[in-house]
Design a protein around this ligand. Structure first.
Ligand SMILES: NC(=O)c1ccc[n+]([C@@H]2O[C@H](COP(=O)([O-])OP(=O)(O)OC[C@H]3O[C@@H](n4cnc5c(N)ncnc54)[C@H](OP(=O)(O)O)[C@@H]3O)[C@@H](O)[C@H]2O)c1
Length: 294
């Protein structure tokens, strides 16, 4: 019998090579374009409230915007969202901003996070496709203020790569201990060319072909401004956030205003309040090298 918690997608332009599915009762096989000749195909993975909120400045450890936006841990929609996110971690490697690392002390970008249900099928799916057991965890940090005791840097067998600036590298090299010595890619990341070059180096030096960038919005904005963000998987929940109740509210892209194309949309049932969307910024096979005037 089919697992009732499964996203049924309707496709309107997300063609590419079908990746396959570790278990078709739980995941439809999604298709991905080929990576660019000199950099990975980069897709965002985000969840937003019904009114577009993705985060706010936390008042303390109990103030968790992501959980509030999701509206509960055990809802079938939440399970479907978690499964989609875990599946997207089998496509290639995964990236995250330093602020999210600092605010989510238990986060590890791998198909089975601590506390998750066992996911041997997702790991087997990676291995069968010639990938490493864990995705590489790519961390974006301008100034290098990273907790190197975080599980992203200490999980055995998981390789972390930090994209940082010369100032960040100086701080990290000063703090690095033998137990956690992540690889560094050092570039002037506040300049568009520096951010582009960092991703070319991820491709050339680390073999990164697909990168699931799980936010936050600050890093996605930087990637988008540099012309590097190819598409975004966005889960829109049915929770409306009162923006006046929080400081530092961050919202997702206005995809229509940005002229992104909605290339696929999914639901787990007709009456579900969650929408799973796939918005594409860049057409596969186009020119991946962003120009100053593009
Ligand atoms: N709704 C969702 O799906 C979702 C997803 C992820 C995260 N979140 C939430 O969002 C919040 C954090 O998000 P955020 O947007 O504030 O921060 P973020 O994107 O996670 O990280 C921002 C950090 O990235 C680094 N950075 C900024 N620009 C960069 C560039 N051009 N190149 C390389 N690195 C750059 C800087 O690190 P340094 O400060 O170290 O220099 C900056 O502080 C948390 O509450 C998290 O839980 C929500």
């Amino acid at each position: 019998m089919a697992d009732p918690i499964r996203i049924a997608w309707s496709h309107a332009g997300d063609e590419g090579a079908a990746v396959g599915s570790p278990d078709t009762t739980r995941w439809e096989s999604l298709s991905f374009p080929r990576p660019w000749p000199d950099r990975p195909w980069i897709f965002g993975v985000m969840v937003a409230s019904a009114n577009g909120v993705v985060a706010w400045r936390r008042r303390g450890p109990g103030d968790d915007p992501v959980r509030a936006i999701l509206g509960g841990d055990d809802r079938p929609e939440r399970i479907a969202d978690r499964r989609l996110m875990r599946y997207l971690r089998t496509i290639g490697d995964a990236g995250i901003g330093a602020q999210t690392v600092r605010e989510q002390p238990g986060l590890v970008l791998t198909p089975q996070e601590p506390g998750d249900e066992p996911a041997p099928d997702l790991y087997a799916f990676r291995i069968a496709r010639g990938l490493s057991y864990h995705p590489r965890n790519v961390v974006y940090s301008l100034y290098g203020r990273l907790p190197l005791e975080h599980p992203i840097f200490t999980t055995p067998g998981l390789d972390a790569v930090i994209l940082t600036t010369p100032a960040g590298a100086a701080l990290l090299r000063g703090h690095a201990r033998s137990s956690a010595s992540p690889a560094l890619i050092v570039e002037p990341l506040l300049e568009r060319e520096g951010l582009v070059r960092a991703h070319r180096r991820l491709f050339a030096e680390h073999g990164v072909r697909y990168l699931a960038c799980e936010g936050g919005q600050t890093v996605l904005n930087a990637l988008h401004e540099a012309g590097l963000l190819d598409e975004v998987f966005l889960t829109v929940t049915d929770i409306v956030i009162d923006t006046s109740a929080h400081d530092g509210v961050l919202t997702c892209f206005d995809f229509r205003a940005e002229r992104a194309e909605l290339v696929a949309e999914g639901k787990i049932s007709r009456d579900s309040g969650y929408a799973f969307q796939r918005w594409r910024f860049r057409k596969p096979g186009g020119d991946a090298s962003p120009r100053r005037d593009s």
